[in-house]
Design a binder for this molecule. Structure first.
Ligand SMILES: C[S@@+](CC[C@H](N)C(=O)[O-])C[C@H]1O[C@@H](n2cnc3c(N)ncnc32)[C@H](O)[C@@H]1O
Length: 429
């Protein structure tokens, strides 16, 4: 009988071609295609797939040391995924990884199989030395471009730069957030696949959170603890009105709305298809207090005043590289400062919609002072009636993503000035 199951390495190779050559998002590719593999092959295939993406720069460096030719992009992918296995996967014998690659090369691009064999045999024979310069070594070892390692060292010091580079390759745990409206703490954490961290968050130890009954029943969501910190930092009180101006896919909006008995969240985003994600998730979680709409945060002229505003602005995403390894493939120095004007405009526009006593949180999932501290400093310089209540940088580590958050409010004096009637003196009769 003909075997209809795909060869695992051919499957991984096709998956990497889709991500690296066509720009398909890795998580979406897995969502649509992982079940083509037998269940017992999925964890290893996922590891090799993500591992190759995370270590793309290192694998490419090794290739460059073993061949004078620039390989065809497809052959480079096959070489890289095999080198990843040779360097990192102790359980796979080197010869097995190389044989599988040569067989696949023979099937897919017959003529080049000799070249693939030659490069890989050379990799097995001679170990590659990493550069001796510290920053260059970090750059190659963790597949982060040198300009970004330099930026991190410059902004946060060498130790933190190394931590960020290292954890960009971490395999982070999956965390789940309890929906307190639909399930009590005791029942939630009695589930054998959820390890309790605090009253709301747990570590998910099962194979798929999205297939867990609690997820389908709207009793839990997937969220990184660093992202949930931003929600807590916004400090929303029951009954308050909340505006989330860059809300899609809605993770933080949902976390806020679940914790309100009264009060509502206006969750808007500029991309229509992403606003659909907010609506779908609000339905799944049975949240009627989330109002999703398409809106450019640079023009909120149709919005009123709010008690709490969240500006979770688009950013370079250097804090979430471990969970979104595709970002590593697209890192380019020219994109570095490209979002600064948009972030500043969003903050400026949103601030005009805060009630006098309200609080606004500006947050990013990146580690870059220009997008974080400097952005807030610039805002405060041009708004002397505002103050920084608190700011926090959460560095990514082996357990979670990295984030920046700053809570801003108006100063006491300006609150009084905003309350116009107190300043009016009645004319004498
Ligand atoms: C960091 S993500 C937000 C994540 C979201 N807060 C959550 O917790 O699920 C940034 C969002 O900003 C949106 N965005 C980009 N430019 C925008 C603009 N001009 N106005 C509103 N949203 C924008 C993007 O579509 C993206 O969904």
């Amino acid at each position: 009988m003909e075997n209809k199951l795909p060869d695992m390495r051919a499957w991984i190779y096709d998956a990497l071609c889709a991500v690296i050559l066509k720009g398909t998002y890795s998580n979406l590719y897995l969502k649509d295609h992982l079940d083509e593999l037998p269940e017992n092959q999925r964890p290893l295939a996922t590891r090799i797939f993500y591992g190759t993406i995370q270590n793309w720069g290192l694998c490419d460096y090794v290739i460059s040391k073993h061949t004078d030719r620039t390989p065809d992009p497809k052959i480079r992918i096959l070489l890289a995924m095999t080198i990843y296995q040779i360097i990192f996967l102790k359980k796979i014998p080197d010869y097995a990884a190389v044989d599988a690659a040569v067989k696949l090369a023979h099937k897919r691009f017959r003529k080049a199989s000799g070249y693939v064999n030659g490069v890989l045999r050379s990799v097995l024979r001679d170990k590659v030395k990493l550069p001796s310069d510290t920053l260059e070594r970090l750059s190659v070892r963790y597949s982060i471009p040198l300009w970004l390692i330099r930026l991190w060292e410059n902004h946060y010091g060498l130790e933190k730069a190394e931590q960020m580079a290292k954890t960009s390759n971490a395999v982070l745990p999956v965390y789940v957030r309890r929906n307190p409206r639909r399930i009590g703490e005791e029942e939630f954490f009695a589930d054998p696949e959820i390890e309790q961290m605090d009253a709301d968050m747990g570590r998910f130890t099962g194979s798929s959170a999205a297939r867990h009954p609690f997820y389908r029943q709207g009793r839990m969501s997937v969220q990184d603890p660093g992202s949930f910190e931003i929600v807590k930092f916004l400090d929303v009180q029951d009954g308050e009105s909340v505006l989330d101006v860059c809300a899609a896919p809605g993770t933080k909006s949902m976390a806020i709305a679940e914790r309100l008995d009264s009060g509502a969240v206006d969750a808007s985003d500029v991309h229509e298809h992403r606003v659909e994600l907010i609506k779908t998730d609000a339905r799944r979680l049975h949240l009627k207090n989330v109002h999703a709409s398409v809106r450019d945060a640079r023009d909120l002229s149709d919005a009123g005043l709010y008690d709490r505003i969240l500006c979770d602005v688009p950013c370079t995403g250097y804090g979430v590289l471990a969970r979104k390894p595709d970002i590593k493939l697209k890192l380019k120095p020219e994109t570095l400062d490209s979002l600064l004007p948009l972030q500043a405009e969003i903050l400026e526009e949103a601030a005009a919609h805060l009630k006098p006593d309200g609080k606004l949180v500006y947050s990013t999932c990146t580690l870059d002072r220009k997008e974080n501290e400097k952005q807030v400093e610039k805002f405060l310089d041009s708004h002397p009636d505002w103050q920084l209540e608190e700011e926090q940088t959460v560095f990514p580590d082996e357990t979670r993503n990295g984030f920046y958050m700053a809570r801003l409010s108006r100063r006491e004096q300006s609150k009084a000035a905003d309350d116009g009637m107190k300043q009016i003196v009645q004319p004498e009769e």
